[in-house]
Design a binder for this molecule. Structure first.
Ligand SMILES: *Cc1c(COP(=O)(O)O)cnc(C)c1O
Length: 394
């Protein structure tokens, strides 16, 4: 619906696409598979010419995404990585980026192995440290790229502070908002220029669609992104656009349950004798707690924790049953992963260790199952791990 900026976000989400098909009144916007569109006459267009440039189903998703993130334009991509690649195509030979230190492994790989070939360099830093950021700034610095909270260590960056620092220098602020989604955090309202999502995660929410989203603020940047999106062509298919909208309709309900469950499990683990540290920005002990509360209206469903003994990792992953040992995050099903060998293998050991991603760290993407079942599963696996290592006769 066109004027849903006035609606509360729960309503805007539930009604994505529901008023967009005046021909039939379909409550769910149809999937337009057509790649070609008849021209009414010479020099005339229905607004649709060729599906890479613009597709009706994708447009409904893109316009809804722009409104949800308080931006001016949205672009749906075939994956989070292709969304990032499209954004990074803004930069070229000699350009410099300042990037969050505890970064998604794939983003690091894209910058270091691919963008580097095009002469784009990146410096990695704790983006909460404005002095450190300022020290890295050069006349060629074009953007600062933030993940907040970071995955897996849940470091929180003050988006408004970074955007305020960047703006006078003409530096773009780009925020990967995958973990919180616009339901909990809207970086453009805090001063960011570009928001990016792996929509594969919470926006899709069901571990069944790979997608990425870009939202831009400002006419010039939106036009440039439109050019890059069409020219690179890593666009989301009509079927996947539909599938993603279908998932997004229940985002509010899911995020509320993800937050509740993850906080309850984080508190349970905090008291658990086999756990050393719990990294959850919803806990008052977390260093990012205040900033997180100020800039977001809630917490994501993922967090990490460190067990006291590295030998427990293998038996824990073997003994969880309801919780799946699997990569990815943000779906209704609970997944647990071991970042140091799964998601962060492409990040050099010294960076991984500097931020604390080590051999005792597990990351938990808490699903929407009943909290009692989740705690029983996790506690059972921890107890089994203890028994197995004691049995090994240490
Ligand atoms: C998964 C993820 C990506 C990459 O997205 P894909 O959809 O897997 O291509 C980027 N950033 C973050 C924070 C992610 O979790």
């Amino acid at each position: 619906m066109k004027d849903d900026r006035q609606l509360k976000i729960e309503s805007a989400l539930a009604q994505i696409g529901s008023l967009e098909d005046p021909a039939t009144g379909a409550v769910n916007f149809p999937i337009y598979h057509s790649t070609a569109y008849r021209h009414p006459g010479l020099g005339q267009s229905t607004g649709f010419d060729y599906t890479r440039t613009k597709n009706p189903t994708r447009t409904v998703l893109e316009e809804a995404s722009a409104r949800l993130e308080s931006g001016d334009a949205g672009f749906a991509c075939s994956s989070g990585m292709s969304a990032l690649q499209t954004i990074f195509a803004l930069f070229g030979q000699g350009d410099h980026l300042i990037v969050s230190l505890d970064l998604y492994g794939g983003t690091y790989r894209l910058l270091e192995r691919i963008l580097s070939k095009f002469g784009v360099t990146a410096s990695y830093v704790d983006t909460n440290d404005l002095d450190a950021i300022e020290k890295l700034r050069t006349p060629n610095t074009k953007a600062v790229f933030i993940e907040t909270p970071t995955n897996p260590l849940m470091m929180v960056t003050d988006i408004a502070a970074v955007a305020e620092w960047a703006k006078p220098h003409g530096i773009l602020t780009i925020v990967d908002n995958t973990l919180l989604t616009p339901f909990f955090q809207r970086p453009i309202e805090l001063g960011a220029d570009i928001v990016v999502h792996s929509a594969t995660k919470y926006l899709g929410g069901h571990n069944d669609v790979l997608a990425g989203l870009i939202v831009t603020k400002g006419k010039e940047l939106s036009e440039e992104m439109f050019f890059l999106h069409n020219s690179i062509g890593a666009v989301l298919s009509p079927t996947d656009s539909y599938q993603l909208m279908r998932g997004m309709k229940t985002l509010a309900l899911r995020m509320e349950r993800h937050e509740q469950n993850s906080l309850a499990i984080a508190r349970f683990l905090q008291e658990h004798p086999q756990i050393e540290t719990v990294y959850h920005p919803g806990l008052p002990e977390h260093p990012g707690y205040d900033v997180q509360n100020r800039q977001s209206s809630g917490n994501t469903g993922i967090f990490s924790f460190k067990v006291k003994d590295a030998r427990w990792i293998e038996p824990i992953l073997k003994n969880i049953r309801l919780i799946a040992f699997a990569e990815s995050l943000g779906g209704v099903e609970s997944l647990m992963t071991y970042p140091t060998v799964q998601t962060h293998a492409d990040i050099p050991l010294e960076i991984r260790e500097a931020v604390g991603v080590d051999e005792r760290l597990l990351r938990f993407s808490v699903g929407i199952e009943h909290i009692d079942d989740l705690i029983a599963d996790l506690d059972g696996a921890l107890q089994a791990a203890l028994r197995e290592t004691e049995g090994a006769g240490n």
